[in-house]
Design a protein around this ligand. Structure first.
Ligand code: UDP
Ligand code: MG
Length: 220
C-alpha cells in the first residue's frame, strides 16, 4: 500500500486545528487504500498550537509533528516537512481549511495516472482586499518578465508532489526560500486541477503586507 503524507505548516492555528482534525479523519476514512501520515509543522506558534498537536498525536498515531524552535515562516516550515515526510507522495495544505481536503482524492487520481506535481489553481481568491488583488497581478507580471520559467498565478502551495519532487526540493537548501518558484524550476510532469478557495474559517492570516513584500523580493 502506498503512503501519502499530508504536510501542514501551522502558525498560531489553535482555533483551526479541531476542525482540521475532523476534516482529515473524514478524508482518511473515505480513502482506505492508502497509509496516511499527517505531518503538522509547528512554526514557533505563540498560542496553544503545539499542545493541541501533541494531544492529537497521543489520540491518533497517524498524526505526527515537527516543532521549530521559533517562527521561521511558512517557507522554512515546509522544508522541515520535506525533510521528515516519509510518503510516496506529499500533499501540502494550509491549516485554516482554505485548501479543501475534498480536492485531495482528485490529486491522488492524477498522481496514480502518472503525474508528479498535481497543483491546485484557485478559481477565485475569496474575500481578498482589492489592493492585494491588484498588487498580486502586477507582481506576477513583473516576476514573469525577470524569470525564464513559468510561474503560475493563482497557484500556491496546495499541491501533491511525488517523492521525486520532494527529493529535488530537499536539495535546494537556501534559507530564504521562494518555494512557489522552486516547484516550477525543478520540472517533472505537472497537472493542474481547479479548486474554490474558501475564506479562513478560524483565526487570522499571518501574511501582512511586509511579509508578502519580503516573499516577493525573494521571488525576484
Ligand atoms: N504559516 C506558517 N508560518 C508562518 C505563517 C503562516 O506556518 O509564519 C502557515 C499558517 O498556519 C497556514 C499557512 O501557513 O497554515 C498559510 O498562512 P495564512 O492562512 O495565515 O496565509 P494566507 O492564507 O492569508 O495566505
Ligand atoms: Mg489562509
Amino acid at each position: 500500500m502506498k503512503t501519502v503524507t499530508i504536510l501542514i505548516p501551522c502558525y498560531n492555528e489553535e482555533a483551526s486545528l479541531p476542525r482540521l482534525y475532523d476534516a482529515l479523519t473524514d478524508l482518511m476514512k473515505q480513502q482506505p487504500d492508502y497509509y496516511w501520515e499527517i505531518m503538522l509543522i509547528n512554526d514557533g506558534s505563540k498560542d496553544h498550537t503545539l499542545q493541541i498537536i501533541k494531544d492529537i498525536q497521543q489520540r491518533d498515531a497517524r498524526f505526527g509533528y515537527v516543532s521549530l524552535s521559533r517562527n521561521f515562516g511558512k517557507e522554512a516550515a515546509m522544508l522541515a516537512g520535506f525533510d521528515h515526510a516519509k510518503g510516496d507522495c506529499v500533499v501540502i495544505m494550509d491549516a485554516d481549511l482554505q485548501h479543501p481536503p475534498k480536492a485531495i482524492p482528485l490529486m491522488l487520481k492524477e498522481w496514480e495516472a502518472g503525474y508528479e506535481d498535481v497543483y491546485a489553481k484557485r478559481t477565485d481568491r475569496g474575500k481578498e482586499p482589492w489592493l492585494r488583488r491588484v498588487l498580486t497581478m502586477i507582481y506576477y507580471r513583473m516576476l514573469q518578465k525577470v524569470s525564464n520559467i513559468d510561474i503560475l498565478q493563482n497557484v500556491g502551495d496546495f499541491r501533491l508532489l511525488d517523492r521525486k519532487c520532494i527529493e529535488a526540493l530537499r536539495q535546494l537548501r537556501e534559507a530564504q526560500r521562494y518555494t512557489k518558484g522552486m516547484y516550477c524550476w525543478i520540472g517533472f510532469r505537472k497537472k493542474e486541477i481547479l479548486f474554490e478557495q474558501g475564506d479562513r474559517l478560524e483565526g487570522v492570516s499571518s501574511f501582512n503586507f511586509c511579509r508578502l513584500l519580503r516573499l516577493s523580493i525573494e521571488g525576484i
